[in-house]
Design a binder for this molecule. Structure first.
Ligand SMILES: C[S@@+](CC[C@H](N)C(=O)[O-])C[C@H]1O[C@@H](n2cnc3c(N)ncnc32)[C@H](O)[C@@H]1O
Length: 211
């Protein structure tokens, strides 16, 4: 197996000792800025129930917990190693009583309809086999007037990165916007954060209607 294939597999689903020991820290460093920027744009209220899909090393779970001091944070990730590592980190943090984490797939979210005010997915949409299938699931578990933020690195950048040739689905803001609208959400923001820099990020936010 080549190094780029190995890294692609670990980014898609961190696993084994490498996933637990290395990917957790690597993701924390690589995603710190986009996580903070995307949560700032999503603007959770202090009492919101928030869902974090594909939370990886858990930095976003901890930050969401700080931003929702009277609310709750639920995290779902299909890597058992990431759930265990993040549970270990959260267990030492003041937010621990308001966080629950579970192993689960974005395509089949293990939650009741209309459960969440805000939903976040950072650097994970590349790995979903069916974008509209996940967006439909997100729409199902989102409360009326709920908001969903997706952040990805743009296709134009990832095309130059060797590991992204191994099974990544690449998108631009237009494709995320079209898929959200096809799933009944109104797109309230489509931003190219840090455009022109070496590492930039597309952030698209959709809102569910009042019904
Ligand atoms: C590149 S990591 C990003 C982690 C974190 N959001 C960040 O920005 O640092 C992708 C994460 O999404 C998770 N993931 C990928 N596909 C998934 C799916 N279909 N359902 C749930 N989790 C998924 C992986 O296990 C991994 O933890």
């Amino acid at each position: 197996m080549t190094l780029s294939r190995f890294m692609a597999d670990q980014l898609r689903k961190p696993s084994g000792w490498f996933g637990s020991a290395v990917m957790t820290r690597m993701l924390g460093i690589a995603s710190r800025r986009v996580i903070r920027v995307t949560i700032d744009l999503l603007r959770p209220d202090p009492e919101d129930a928030v869902l974090d899909i594909g939370f990886g090393g858990g930095d976003s779970v901890l930050l969401l917990g700080q931003r929702t001091p009277r609310g709750s944070v639920t995290g779902v990730d299909f890597s058992p190693e990431m759930v265990a590592e993040t549970a270990r980190r959260v267990g030492k943090a003041p937010v621990r009583s308001r966080v629950r984490l579970c192993v689960g797939d974005a395509s089949n979210l293990p939650f009741q309809p209309k459960s969440f005010d805000r939903i976040l997915a950072v650097n994970t949409a590349y790995f979903w086999p069916d974008l509209t299938g996940v967006f439909t699931e997100v729409g199902r578990v989102m409360k009326p007037r709920g908001r969903f933020a997706v952040a990805i690195r743009p296709a134009s950048q990832l095309r130059k990165v060797p590991y992204a040739k191994h099974g990544f689905n690449l998108y631009g803001a237009d494709q995320l916007t079209t898929a959200m609208e096809a799933c009944g959400m109104r797109v309230v923001l489509a931003d190219h954060v840090d455009e022109g820099r070496r590492l930039s990020q597309i952030v698209v936010i959709g809102e569910r209607g009042a019904a």
